[in-house]
Design a protein around this ligand. Structure first.
Ligand code: UDP
Length: 406
């Protein structure tokens, strides 16, 4: 069932809802399209699943198209993703850059963009702007941590970026001083009414946990993330093994494979190999490609959620756990620092501070009162700042600024 804006009235402040209806009025009937590169897996798909129906509900004709690409293309764009987040090793040979641009050129033939606005998500479909007859405002919405991009790659991408009307990033430090176009910050958000985040009864949670075969006899520590080196799942295992020497508990690593992320299987194998002994003993469970309700149950039932990312554009997994009142212990990187205030609504630690992660996890597992106090504050943080109606409002404000420019 598609949600409607008024379904959110009891969850967020009325003023936000009223402002959305007002800001939507001049945009009624406006045609816009979002383009990204996967329908499932990862934060962007999560956001679009919630945002696009709501845009339609308030009167816009909003669509969503997914870029077509071969595995080779997604291998290249994943290497771009890594290099934008600071990795030095990248192939920028003409063969590589040609596959990148030609895939977009080819897609432009399949997708005609006569809309009033075009919103391009992340680097995969970035070059499309060059191959379509642009006659409307285009926005490049980049969800990645851009604070330290690879120089050569940035120079190549910049040639496309400067054709856009505006760039949208998730954090002030991702703005690039060198761009001659305007840059705006929009924080991502979660949908409290989606199967991933909707309230579940204790029985529903228990039955999901049973179905996944997770014992609830011991405290549960969880990280939910794509199998990706930036999420450092191997580091999470190291932390868990040290925590377990002090508090007997279970570790759940729950991950999905995104169709635009070919590296996932390699990282998954490395995780399985490292945890093999503990998986056999039943201490560590690795859960792959579970449905949204299962992730929801896991985030609710876990005593502590870890997000030990080395880089993190925003980190919706943290937002989701916080919404469920589960304290998150996260690295002080990217968007995680925007969401968490250390010691208040969760814990923030330097990404390589292994002892810090261990100590905080032990401390929280031993103290119900701290967990519930942090969890309550975490839920309030998300209610005020990171729910989907606020994101919708930010987009309406952005479109409102550009209306009549098409
Ligand atoms: N996710 C999921 N199942 C998994 C792992 C992740 O549904 O096994 C979802 C997760 O709940 C979140 C999104 O994928 O909604 C990940 O978004 P995030 O911003 O944390 O990271 P990204 O994958 O975009 O880097």
């Amino acid at each position: 069932m598609m949600v409607r804006l008024d379904d959110y009235m009891d969850i967020v402040d009325d003023r936000t809802i009223a402002e959305i209806y007002q800001k939507a009025m001049p945009l009624i009937g406006t045609d816009l399209v979002h383009i990204n590169s996967t329908y499932y897996g990862g934060g962007v798909a999560e956001i679009l699943k919630a945002l696009v129906p709501l845009m339609n509900d308030v009167g816009l004709d909003a669509g969503w198209r997914v870029l077509h690409g071969y595995p080779e293309f997604f291998g290249i764009t994943k290497s771009f993703h890594n290099a934008l987040q600071g990795e030095a090793d990248i192939d920028l040979s003409p063969v590589t850059t040609t596959i990148y641009s030609e895939t977009n050129k080819e897609f432009s033939i399949y997708t005609h963009l006569n809309h009033d606005f075009v919103i391009i998500h992340d680097p995969q479909p970035l070059p499309l702007i060059k191959y379509n007859r642009k006659k409307q405002p285009w926005f490049w919405r980049c969800h990645i941590d851009l604070s330290n991009p690879h120089d050569g790659l940035w120079r190549m991408l910049r040639r496309y970026i400067i054709r856009y009307d505006e760039v949208i990033v998730s954090n002030d430090s991702y703005k690039n001083p060198d761009l001659p176009i305007s840059q705006t910050i929009i924080f991502p958000a979660i949908d409290p009414l989606s199967p991933k985040n909707i309230d579940l009864t204790d029985d529903e949670v228990d039955s999901e946990m049973d179905r996944m075969g997770i014992g609830m006899d011991k405290p549960i520590v969880t990280q939910i993330s794509r199998f990706d080196k930036w999420k450092d799942p191997l580091g999470v295992i190291d932390i868990y093994l040290k925590v377990k020497q002090r508090v007997d508990c279970r570790l759940i690593l729950c991950g999905s494979m995104a169709s635009d992320d070919p590296e996932g299987y390699r990282i998954y194998d490395a995780v399985k190999e490292k945890a093999a002994q503990h998986i056999e003993r039943g201490d560590i469970s690795i859960i792959v490609n579970e449905k949204a309700t299962a992730v929801n149950a896991l985030q609710r039932r876990s005593d502590v959620v870890l997000q030990k990312s080395l880089k993190e554009g925003f980190g919706l997994t943290a937002t989701e756990a916080m919404w469920k009142g589960t304290p998150v212990i996260a690295s002080k990187v990217g968007g995680l620092s925007i969401q968490i205030e250390d010691g208040e609504n969760g814990c923030l630690l330097a990404p390589h501070d292994m002892d810090g992660f261990v100590d905080r996890t032990v401390k929280l597992l031993r103290d119900d009162e701290i967990r519930s106090r942090m969890g309550e504050k975490a839920r309030e943080t998300v209610r005020k700042r990171f729910l989907i109606p606020r994101l919708l409002l930010d987009y309406l404000n952005l479109l409102g600024k550009h209306v009549n420019k098409g």
